[in-house]
Design a protein around this ligand. Structure first.
Ligand code: UDX
Length: 474
């Protein structure tokens, strides 16, 4: 440790992720990278998440690999029996943490008073809005915001006031959904109303309640000394140029999980079923469609059945993650999964939670039917796997548009889920347009790997971030 303390001059960085799987995963990778640069790191999660990590993730070996990485916890303020999944989870977590966690965070920072362990910099998840900015101001340490969502979503939310001013928002009902949005700098005429972040769906009144604060709290990032984005120049260059006109510093350091030396699957909230890797070993090259809707989204049983029929009718092989809490209104999702698996044995394999990064990197995987969460999207891009997107909420609608229309690495099934559409899209991706999509996905994967290699844009941006933390927290 002597060498490590010498290198980073005893700087101590506290990272506070939003309490969701995707946010914890990406900030955990950032924590690892900063620990490798010899910072002392405190990774602060909620009690609920810490219990999950303790049970299912390998945080013991993480602590051994990174002795300068320590874990601390605070309450998220929600009752123990709150499910913390489903489409309202984000709003509940956001408001509860904003009213509950502020004094707790301040006390943790202030309690670290000894010179050697004093916290000198806060990296806070922008999802938490003003919480981290208020505390950083109060205790007088520099704040950098981390955004776990896509750059396109962050920017579209940031530009909300302009969209209202130019009358492009609100969206005026279902018949307005295909109208093109022109006043988003860096992505003019790319999005239709239906591609905007889900917070914009519905009336202006809906926007105010309950997530108005999340939308407009993007402006809280102006109070930070910089913003870290999990993306890279070759992916989001035009947007990053626009953001640099507004924010003091933009560190585009992604894909975080693709940097050398980060370890996969260290922060799962569920037990990974590794038997799917053995099953994949026996499948032909690029023959399997991986299906997963992330950690929060829930589906109705009717919708689940549309996917099931679509997959079975496509006659393609598939590996499907049906989380233990994924089917809305069902009290026994394992039974639902078992029933589906029974009718699927020939070509399908169902698990409750998969080691996703390893699955996507497996040679048997030829496509990914995803909810277009940002981590899943990046993981697929890095693995060179084309996508079919079925976005549910938050940034997912805009991510899926970028997948199909900007990066051209897949198809966007947005708002159109029935068995015939699923069957057709699976065949388009895995058969009819297979070569075209594999080629563009692999080209993007090459760019992603280049960005995190020495001399690459994200590699340099990470270096800039490290130097900035050292200089700002003196
Ligand atoms: C949430 C929001 O829903 C998403 O829109 C936003 O971009 C980030 O925060 P989540 O829905 O969990 O995230 O999706 P995603 O960002 O894709 O993160 C899911 C993570 O869980 C990925 O890192 C993925 O590798 C992991 N995962 C998922 C597994 O490890 N195993 C699984 O079986 C499924």
């Amino acid at each position: 440790m002597a060498e490590e303390e010498g290198e980073a001059g005893g700087h101590h960085v506290l990272l506070l992720p939003g309490p969701m799987q995707g946010n914890v995963n990406s900030m955990m990778k950032l924590a690892q990278l900063l620990a490798l640069h010899h910072f002392h790191i405190t990774f602060l999660t909620t009690d609920f998440i810490h219990r999950r990590l303790y049970r299912f993730a390998d945080i013991h070996s993480l602590s051994q690999t990174y002795p300068n990485l320590e874990f601390k916890t605070i309450s998220d303020g929600l009752p123990d029996d709150h499910p913390r999944s489903g489409n309202n989870a984000l709003a509940d977590l956001y408001s509860s943490m904003n009213s509950f966690a502020k004094p707790l965070l301040r006390d943790i920072i202030l309690s670290q008073t000894a010179a050697k362990s004093k916290i000198t910099c806060l990296i806070g998840d922008g999802f938490l809005g003003g919480l981290t900015a208020d505390v950083a101001d109060e205790v007088g340490i520099p704040l950098i915001h981390f955004r776990a969502i896509s750059a396109s979503c962050f920017w579209a939310l940031f530009c909300a006031p302009n969209l209202f001013e130019s009358n492009e928002l609100p969206i005026r009902g279902e018949e307005d959904m295909d109208r093109i949005i022109s006043n988003l700098p860096g992505m003019e005429n790319i999005l239709r109303c239906r591609d905007l972040p889900s917070f914009y769906r519905g009336t202006e009144t809906n926007l105010v309640d309950p997530l108005k604060s999340t939308v407009f709290d993007c402006h809280q990032t102006l109070r930070a000394r910089g913003v870290i984005l999990n993306t890279f120049e070759d992916l989001d260059g035009p947007l990053l140029s626009q953001m640099r006109l507004k924010f003091l510093r933009v560190f585009a350091v992604g894909p975080l999980h693709a940097h050398a030396k980060t370890t996969p699957s260290t922060s799962s909230f569920w037990e990974e079923d590794r038997s799917c890797l053995t099953w994949l070993d026996s499948q032909p090259l690029k023959s399997v469609l991986y299906v997963s809707f992330g950690s929060i989204a829930t589906v109705t049983r009717e919708r689940l059945m549309e996917f099931w029929y679509g997959l079975v009718n496509s006659k393609k092989r598939f590996l499907w993650v049906i989380r233990p809490d994924m089917v809305a209104g069902e009290d026994n999702d394992e039974r639902v999964a078992a029933e589906l698996e029974e009718g699927t044995k020939e070509r399908g394999f169902i698990v409750g939670w998969a080691p996703q990064e390893e699955v996507l990197a497996h040679k048997a995987i030829g496509g990914f039917l995803t909810h277009s969460g940002w981590n899943s999207t990046l993981e697929s891009l890095v693995a060179g796997v084309p996508m079919i997107c079925w976005p549910c909420f938050a940034d997912q609608q805009i991510n899926s548009r970028f997948v199909s229309e900007v990066w051209k690495v897949g198809l966007d099934m947005k708002d159109l889920c029935d068995r015939d559409v699923v069957e057709k899209m699976v065949n388009d991706l895995m058969v009819h347009r297979r070569e075209e999509f594999l080629k563009s996905a692999q080209a993007m994967a090459t760019l992603a790997h280049k960005s995190v290699s020495p001399g690459g844009s994200s590699y340099s941006s990470l270096h800039d971030l490290v130097e900035f933390i050292k200089s700002a927290s003196r």
